[in-house]
Design a protein around this ligand. Structure first.
Ligand SMILES: Cc1cc2nc3c(=O)[nH]c(=O)nc-3n(C[C@H](O)[C@H](O)[C@H](O)COP(=O)(O)O)c2cc1C
Length: 370
């Protein structure tokens, strides 16, 4: 197995901000592709993950290569027309052509249950130029479902149809409108009606998280249920999602669902090399030094964009995922889990010298510099 080391590139944040133009940095992009034996490599999408996978982590996870497209965290629509600043706050990539700094397109996701209000917001959002608009029919959160949004819509296919068609009509024909759904609320027998409603409403693609709302995040994911949807709706592009943590999972998911596109969520947060491993059939991966380089860049961006009180928490949140796949991250997490100050975290993870360089890069006053 060939491992890919991240090139040491000076922090791009120093070279003119988050969305500077210039050549995209893709850590894994230099390595020749590997011949696949059994199966064609799937197209890979990055999952929306509210509270975890924001623009900073999207930047990190798309640098490694092999991700074709991202979906933003959901933007919740209730009964108002949201100001543009809300869309820009959640999807700052909109200010840079709706691509991550590595050049990967970002669709913006809306969540709500009122077709007219969603349509008005979609029209405004479309004016900001996302790579498409995705509609959330999968969120299991009580606060969201109580207001009739997310997965609660799955047993109301007629309302789903009205939402998708209202949004479809409200945005230019050239703007892709897609939907992300689970298999149902309590019962996966609802899946076909829900998928058909989205398709007939005009969704060009649906992503199916292969579990019901009631199944939460409990393994397994029922990838074979997606195959049934594909058979019943042959004209619709369907992306499989759920429980893809390894190359082997990806292969089994592809086989069971028959999908040629997969969406990666927690698995790629735990292993930023997952997409390149899948795309290369196991020929490439990111080793720990490469992941540590990503963490250092992440730290700089977090330092640039978040208040000091949030920074340690953000780093530990990612470490908590990384420790599932990288023993070095598990060891670092154990060592640092009670540390709450930024300096302690940075020097504990990167070593004093590198932490000092990072702090200087951030332009913060530093005791470490003395
Ligand atoms: C913390 C967290 C936040 C999520 N936020 C969203 C979201 O904003 N929109 C959405 O459609 N799905 C959301 N999801 C669901 C994921 O996109 C994905 O469908 C799910 O995690 C299953 O894929 P995985 O097993 O690869 O993680 C979220 C999941 C998690 C764990």
């Amino acid at each position: 197995m060939q491992s890919v080391k991240a090139e040491r590139v000076p922090d791009y944040a120093l070279r003119g901000g988050l969305f500077q133009s210039g050549p995209a940095r893709r850590i894994g992009a230099v390595v020749p592709s590997v011949t696949l034996s059994a199966m064609t490599a799937p197209r890979l999408l990055l999952a929306p993950m509210e509270g975890l996978l924001d623009f900073v982590l999207r930047d990190m996870l798309t640098r490694a290569g092999a991700i074709e497209r991202c979906v933003s965290e959901f933007i919740r629509v209730t009964d108002t027309l949201l100001p543009e600043r809300v869309f820009h706050r959640i999807v700052p990539e909109l200010r840079a052509g709706a691509v991550t700094p590595a050049g990967v397109p970002v669709r913006a996701q809306l969540l709500g249950s009122d077709p007219a209000c969603l349509a008005d917001n979609a029209a405004r959002l479309a004016g900001l130029g996302p790579a498409g608009i995705d509609l959330n029919f999968g969120c299991p959160a009580k606060v969201v479902n109580r207001h009739g949004g997310g997965a609660a819509l799955l047993d109301q296919p007629e309302l789903m149809w009205r939402i998708v068609s209202a949004v479809r009509r409200a945005v230019p024909a050239s703007m892709p409108v897609s939907a992300k759904m689970r298999l149902g609320v309590d019962d996966d027998a609802q899946a076909l009606d829900a998928a058909r409603a989205a398709a007939e409403g005009g969704a060009c693609e649906i992503v199916v998280h292969a579990r019901t709302k009631a199944q939460g995040y409990k393994p397994p994911a029922y990838w074979d249920r997606i195959a049934g949807l594909r058979q019943a709706l042959p004209g619709l592009s369907i992306v499989a999602n759920g429980e893809i943590w390894t190359l082997d999972d990806a292969r089994r998911c592809q086989q069971a669902s028959g999908c040629d596109a997969l969406m990666l969520g927690r698995g790629i947060v735990a292993d930023p090399g997952l997409a390149i491993a899948i795309a290369s059939g196991g020929g490439r991966q990111l080793d720990w030094p490469a992941v540590l380089d990503l963490l250092a860049d992440f730290w700089l961006l977090v330092g640039r964009h978040f208040e000091p009180g949030y920074r340690a928490g953000r780093l530990k949140q990612w470490l908590q995922f990384l420790r599932q796949r990288h023993p070095e991250a598990a060891e670092a997490y154990l060592r640092l889990r009670t540390v709450t100050d930024s300096r302690g975290i940075a020097s504990g993870l990167f070593g004093v010298e590198r932490a000092q360089a990072l702090e200087q890069a951030l332009g913060l006053p530093s005791e470490l510099r003395r």
